[in-house]
Design a protein around this ligand. Structure first.
Ligand code: CMC
Length: 376
C-alpha cells in the first residue's frame, strides 16, 4: 500500500527497555523487578515495593527504615497547596485537584541543579509522600471537615486512612490498603507511564512527568475505570436491574463494561485474581455481599458472552467500597500507588535518555491555494 503501517494505539510497539516490571499476557503473570506479584502481595509492604522500583532490589533493614523515615518527614504539604485545596470548588473531580496540587508542589522544591540519582530519589520520595496528604486533605475540605495533619509515624497506608477518616484504622484496614498499594504500583508501558517517560525524555522535571501521568491515568480507559465500575454497580442497584440482563443490554448496545479487557492480558489479570478474593472476604464482612455476588455474575456473563476477563479495576472497586471510601477517590488511590512506578521509570529514562519523538502519517491536503478571508 502507499501508506506505512500504523500500529494504532501503539499496540505491540516496544519503545523502551526497563528493569521495573514484566507482564506475560498469555500466562497472566506480573513481575516487579524480579518478584512475582503473588510473592510481593504475600510478603512485601508498599514501602519495600517503592524501594524495589527505585533501586531494582529489596532494601535491607536499615535501608528500609531510612526510607520510611524519609517518607514520613516529607508528608506535610506547603500551606499554599492547603489553601488551594480548601478554596477550590468542592465539586471538582479529585483527580483533577490532585493533578493541579502535584503541579503546584514543584514551586516549593529547589530547582534542578544536578541530575544525579540521589537528587531524583529525594524528589520521588517527596512526591510519593505528599500525594496521600493531598488526597485526604481535599476530601476533608470538600466535606467541610477539618484537615487532618499527617502522622510522623506509621505506614503510608495507615497514615492515609487516618488523614482521610480522622481516626486510626484497624490492622485489617491498614493491611488491605497496603495490599492495594502494592498491586497498583507498577505495570509496564501503560498510558500514564508512557506519558511520564515521554515528558522525562525532553529533560523536563519529575513534577511535570508525574502531573502529566496523573492526567493520563484519570481517563476511564485507564485508571478512571475503577470509579466507573462502582458507578455501574450503583446504576444496577438504582434501576433494580438484574446484573446479567444489564450487562447483556450494554453489550448489545456496543457499550463497554468497565473493569474488563486489557491490551496485554489475554487471560485473567493476576491482580484481579488477588483482588477478587479480597472483595469476597471484605464484602461479606461488611454486609455488601450483594455487590460481590453481582460482580461474580457480571464476570461470568462477560466470559460467556464475549470471552473477556476482568482487569485490576474491576474488583478493586468493591474492595474500596467495603472500606467506606468515596468512589471518586478510587483513581486517586491508584495514583498514590503508581507514583512509585512512574518515578522509577523517570529515573530509568533520565539515566539512559533519548528524546521520545515518533512520527505521524499525514492524511490531509498538500497543495491548496490561498483564499482571502472575505471569499471563504
Ligand atoms: N467491554 C466490552 N467489550 C470490550 C471491552 C469491555 N470492557 N474491552 C474490550 N472489548 C471488546 C472491544 O469492543 C473490541 O471488540 P471488537 O473487536 O468487536 O471491536 C475487542 O474487545 C477488542 O478491544 P479493544 O478496544 O480493541 O482493545 P484495546 O486493547 O484497544 O483496549 C481497553 C483495551 C482496556 C481500553 C479496553 O478493554 C476497555 O476499554 N476496557 C474498559 C475500560 C477499562 O476497564 N480500563 C482499565 C484497563 S486496566 C487497568 C488500567 O490500566 O487502569
Amino acid at each position: 500500500s502507499q501508506y506505512p503501517h500504523i500500529n494504532k494505539g501503539l499496540e505491540g510497539i516496544v519503545a523502551f527497555s526497563t528493569t521495573k516490571s514484566f507482564i506475560d499476557g498469555q500466562e497472566g503473570k506480573l513481575i516487579y523487578a524480579g518478584y512475582t506479584i503473588d510473592t510481593l502481595a504475600e510478603n512485601a509492604t508498599f514501602e519495600e515495593v517503592c524501594f524495589l522500583l527505585w533501586n531494582d532490589r529489596l532494601p535491607n533493614e536499615s535501608e528500609l527504615s531510612e526510607l520510611k523515615t524519609k517518607l514520613r518527614k516529607e508528608r506535610s504539604i506547603p500551606s499554599a497547596v492547603i489553601n488551594y485545596l480548601e478554596n477550590t470548588s468542592k465539586k471538582a473531580e479529585p483527580m483533577a485537584v490532585l493533578r493541579t496540587a502535584v503541579s503546584m508542589l514543584s514551586d516549593f522544591h529547589e530547582v534542578d541543579t544536578e541530575n544525579d540519582k540521589e537528587f531524583y530519589l529525594n524528589k520521588a520520595i517527596s512526591i510519593t509522600a505528599k500525594i496521600p496528604t493531598i488526597i485526604a486533605a481535599y476530601d476533608r475540605a470538600r466535606n467541610n471537615k477539618k484537615i487532618v495533619e499527617p502522622l510522623s509515624d506509621h505506614s503510608t497506608a495507615f497514615n492515609f486512612l487516618y488523614m482521610l477518616n480522622g481516626e486510626e484504622p484497624g490492622d485489617q484496614a491498614e493491611k488491605t490498603m497496603d495490599l492495594c498499594l502494592i498491586l497498583h504500583a507498577e505495570h509496564g508501558m501503560n498510558a500514564s507511564t508512557f506519558t511520564n517517560r515521554a515528558i522525562c525524555s525532553t529533560q523536563s522535571d519529575m513534577y511535570s512527568s508525574v502531573t502529566g501521568a496523573i492526567g493520563a491515568l484519570k481517563g476511564p480507559l485507564h485508571g478512571g475505570a475503577n470509579q466507573q465500575v462502582m458507578n455501574m454497580l450503583m446504576d444496577i442497584d438504582e434501576q433494580d436491574a438484574d446484573p446479567v440482563d444489564y450487562v447483556k443490554g450494554r453489550l448489545k448496545r456496543k457499550e463497554k463494561i468497565m473493569g474488563f479487557g486489557h491490551r496485554v492480558y489475554k487471560t485473567m489479570d493476576p491482580r484481579a485474581r488477588i483482588l477478587r478474593g479480597m472483595s469476597e472476604k471484605l464484602s461479606r464482612e461488611t454486609g455488601h455481599e450483594t455487590l460481590y455476588e453481582w460482580s461474580e455474575a457480571i464476570l461470568k456473563t462477560m466470559k460467556d458472552e464475549i470471552g473477556i476477563d476482568p482487569n485490576v479495576d474491576f474488583f478493586s472497586a468493591t474492595v474500596y467500597y467495603s472500606m467506606g471510601i468515596s468512589p471518586d477517590l478510587y483513581t486517586c488511590i491508584f495514583a498514590m500507588s503508581r507514583v512509585s512506578g512512574w518515578t522509577g521509570h523517570y529515573i530509568e529514562q533520565a539515566e539512559n535518555n533519548r528524546l521520545v519523538r515518533p512520527r505521524a502519517l499525514y492524511t490531509g491536503e498538500k497543495d491548496l491555494d490561498w483564499v482571502p478571508v472575505e471569499e471563504r
